[in-house]
Design a protein around this ligand. Structure first.
Ligand SMILES: [Ca+2]
Length: 189
């Protein structure tokens, strides 16, 4: 009886595959020590954003203390999103998982990594909402009516824009070189 049960199970696995509740995913990059360990206040953040996003609506966070993101970590996390999303089968799906959701997931991944490292300040990773009049990071230009969401991180090398959606195009560039109009900034994730 036990042999028959074994054969039945073996055949089931052979024909239908072995079902499992888990998938293998790449490990979340570890937070690295930043060369700038200063803690910033919200006033510093507003002042810094004014030159890059004049007139943008700034959504105030619930946090009071902010810290820059190690540049190497930001680069690694940008690469990681491609591998993680591929492994989990998450792809662009209007509108349940589109640009705003990619940006939210990326911001959350920053916080998760920081929390695991015991960082007691909000990492300077934002969501920004823009008019996608110029291509960036593999997302094409759609004119002034094309609204888009992506991320800004303040690293120890300065502020950078990051396109969190998977693409083989370069997905990270200095905010000073970014050309699309930023009309809203959600600070702190
Ligand atoms: Ca959405």
């Amino acid at each position: 009886m036990k042999i028959r049960l074994f054969i039945l199970l073996a055949l089931s696995f052979a024909f239908f595959g072995c079902q499992t509740q888990s998938v293998k995913v790449p490990k979340l990059p570890e937070w690295k020590q930043s060369t700038d360990s200063q803690i910033y206040g919200i006033g510093d953040i507003y002042e810094g954003l004014a030159q890059y996003a004049p007139g943008a609506h700034l959504v105030a966070p619930a946090d009071a203390y902010f810290t820059k993101i190690p540049h190497a970590f930001a680069e690694e996390l940008t690469r990681w999103t491609w591998e993680f999303l591929t492994a989990t089968g998450i792809k662009y799906t209007a509108e349940s998982f589109d640009c705003d959701d990619f940006a939210e997931a990326f911001a959350l991944a920053i916080n998760v990594s920081a929390a695991r490292a015991g960082v007691e300040a909000q990492p300077l990773g934002f969501r920004i909402f823009v008019d996608q009049t110029h291509e960036f990071g593999g997302v094409g230009a759609g004119g002034s009516t094309a609204k888009h969401a992506l991320n800004v991180v303040y690293t120890d090398r300065g502020p950078y824009v990051i396109e969190p959606q998977p693409s083989r195009a370069p997905r990270m560039k200095p905010l000073s070189e970014y050309r699309n109009l930023i009309w809203e900034v959600r600070i702190g994730g």
